[in-house]
Design a protein around this ligand. Structure first.
Ligand code: FAD
Length: 566
């Protein structure tokens, strides 16, 4: 019996000379068992692929030789970016067709303890971790000119490998609103199969957050304040106070790569290149996509797709890559000397993100070692701009020793986000050199409405952190904001000081049918052929909650659209 390795190399099922227990022999015959053991950590992907004698895509193709070999092969679909959307897209194409897929990722393996151990997410997401694009925004005028972190994952699984693992599907009305904004076929009824397809590979649960006594006290305190307890904000209603659901099983992060692609790692139709950064796309005279130019190991390669190229490169890197390839506002491209392929002014526009404003107090005593979660309790409340959606999401989180700058440790924080900001910014090239980071201007709090909404939200955060039911847990002296904050002016200053970008950036290559839309509802880029986009970049507007699950949904739905199965 043989199994096909990545890249089509046939290898014996039982690796030569490797003694195997009968349990292991059974494992190798059952792909589901292999997937289960890789997920639960008893088998690392590297070991699996080494055992099979196959050079793991994620290991060997990081080498120049591997990249060169993969570049010469023919692939039906070329997907750039192995993040939340790229992985679900690849999995959908492989599951529902016989097509071959080349997945190109700039970063490296995510088969690392710091990724797998869900308690280490802050380390993985740190700008100097080597696992992220260490992007920062321009100084934010309304936030005391402080630059905001716009890091995003640069490794297998993309941002799903470094994020906070809070699992929120979004509100059904978010998707109905997309359809009303011109994204025909993206209403809730249409996207629902793709949202539902995520559970199975992903098993979200509140099992870990619900067991902390501090989480329980916080939920009770919120109920005393008038919030309704909601056992499942991804269920019948989002509204109320809930234990936060995490995509974590057995203390292991469920990232997009491991959850969706492990079952295909030994499938010859899937080739994965890591350590391979796409520098630009090339087009023929009729604006049909021609090549995908990759920098890897100090060399340059060009790959071509038999059918289509799909960019799943996320909210910052997608407009960056399009602009480097001559797709964007002609004025801006000409200024940088980039030949214009398609004049699309919407590329990079419509950048928006949730801003989180944080109130916190120091805990009387550090939490016991059994308290292993940070993102513990969620509140959805208020009447949102879109009928049926909440206005605010509150994230109540525990900060252990050390804290998270500028917030101190051994404290509990209540962060509140305005779920529907109206301020819009942009991502633009600073230079035609792909090595230079782009300009990221989110324009936080630039509309009067956003400031007023954020202020009202902050009042809710202050009320909850000071709730009667939490008094026994907190000490009086250390608090943000402190007792000196009373007037409206002081509150505004506190919001400007204690607010941060919440890593939910979306919208820079908006889907729609108007002239500023970048992709049509089939996710095809206007003005060129053979190129689609699938990532958080295509969202017309941000969803009510954290954006990982909606991004995964976009990948899955893109796969269905490509195959004509949507
Ligand atoms: C620190 C952090 C915390 C977050 N916390 C949460 C949370 O708790 N819950 C939640 O729901 N959401 C959270 N998010 C947001 C969520 O993870 C993202 O919205 C989502 O993962 C975006 O998916 P994506 O597919 O659009 O992009 P990504 O997952 O970022 O994938 C893009 C991929 O493309 C690759 N790429 C980019 N450019 C190139 C290139 N030129 N060549 C080759 N490859 C390239 C990248 O390396 C990356 O792997 C968080 C995000 C971050 C960064």
């Amino acid at each position: 019996m043989t199994i096909h390795g990545i890249g089509g190399v046939a290898v014996p099922l039982q690796p030569e000379g490797t003694p195997m227990s009968s349990k292991d022999q059974n494992t190798w015959r059952d792909p589901d068992e292999i997937a289960r053991r890789v997920r639960d950590g008893s088998l690392t992907r590297r070991n699996l692929l080494t055992l099979f004698g196959v050079s793991a895509a994620s290991v060997a193709l990081a080498s120049t030789m591997g990249t060169a070999a993969a570049a010469t092969r023919r692939h039906d679909y070329v997907i750039v970016g192995a993040g939340s959307a790229g992985c679900t897209l690849a999995a959908r194409l492989l599951a529902d067709s016989g097509a071959s897929v080349l997945l190109i990722e700039a970063g490296g393996t995510n088969d690392l303890p710091v990724v797998r151990d869900f308690t280490k997410s802050a380390m993985a997401a740190a700008p100097n971790s080597g696992l992220v694009w260490p992007y920062e925004s321009m100084p934010q005028r309304e936030l005391l000119n402080v630059r905001q972190s716009f890091v995003c994952g640069k490794l297998e699984g993309g941002s799903s490998s470094v994020n906070g693992m809070v699992w929120v599907l979004g509100n059904p009305a978010d998707y109905d609103r997309w359809a009303a904004q011109g994204a025909t076929g993206w209403d809730y009824a249409s996207v629902r199969p793709s949202l539902e397809a995520l559970s199975g590979p992903i098993k979200p649960s509140d099992e870990l957050t619900r067991r902390n006594l501090l989480s329980q006290a916080t939920v009770n305190a919120a109920v005393d304040l008038g919030y309704t307890f909601n056992p499942d904000y991804n269920g019948a209603t989002q509204f109320g106070v809930s234990y936060t659901q995490l995509n974590v099983v057995d203390r292991i992060r469920q990232d997009a790569f491991t959850s969706f692609l492990v079952p295909y790692l030994t499938d010859p139709r899937l080739t994965i290149m890591t350590g391979a950064e796409v520098a630009r796309l090339t087009f023929d005279r009729r604006n049909a996509i021609d090549g995908v130019v990759i920098n890897a190991g100090g060399r340059q390669f060009t790959v071509r797709a038999e059918r289509e190229v799909i960019l799943s490169t996320g909210t910052v890197n997608t407009p960056r890559l399009l602009q480097l390839s001559g797709i964007g506002a002609a004025r801006d491209l000409e200024r940088l000397g980039i030949p214009v392929v398609a004049d699309l002014s919407g590329v990079g526009a419509n950048l928006h993100d949730h801003l989180i404003s944080v109130a916190l107090r120091r805990l009387r005593t550090p939490e016991p070692a059994t308290h292993i979660t940070s993102m513990d309790v969620s509140v959805f409340t208020g009447r949102g701009r879109v009928p049926g959606t909440p206005r605010y999401q509150g994230q109540i989180y525990y900060l252990a020793e050390g804290g998270y700058p500028p917030f101190f440790g051994n404290s509990q924080a209540v962060g509140v986000m305005n779920l529907r900001p109206t301020s819009r910014g942009y991502v633009k090239l600073r230079s035609a050199d792909p090595a230079v980071p782009p300009i990221i201007q989110p324009n936080f709090l630039r509309t009067k409405e956003d400031l007023e909404t954020q202020l009202d939200g902050y009042r809710l955060a202050i009320e909850l952190i000071n709730a009667k039911g939490l008094r026994d847990w907190m000490i009086d002296d250390d608090a943000i904001p402190g007792p000196e904050v009373n007037t409206r002016k002081e509150l505004i200053q506190a919001v400007r000081t204690y607010s941060q970008a919440d890593f939910h950036a979306v919208g820079t290559c908006r889907m729609g049918t108007d002239r500023h839309a970048v992709v049509d509802p089939q996710l095809r880029v206007h003005g060129v052929s053979g190129l689609r986009l699938a990532s958080a970049a295509i969202m017309p507007s941000i969803t009510s909650g954290n954006t990982n699950a909606p991004s995964m949904m976009i990948g899955d739905r893109c796969g269905r659209l490509v195959l004509g199965n949507a």
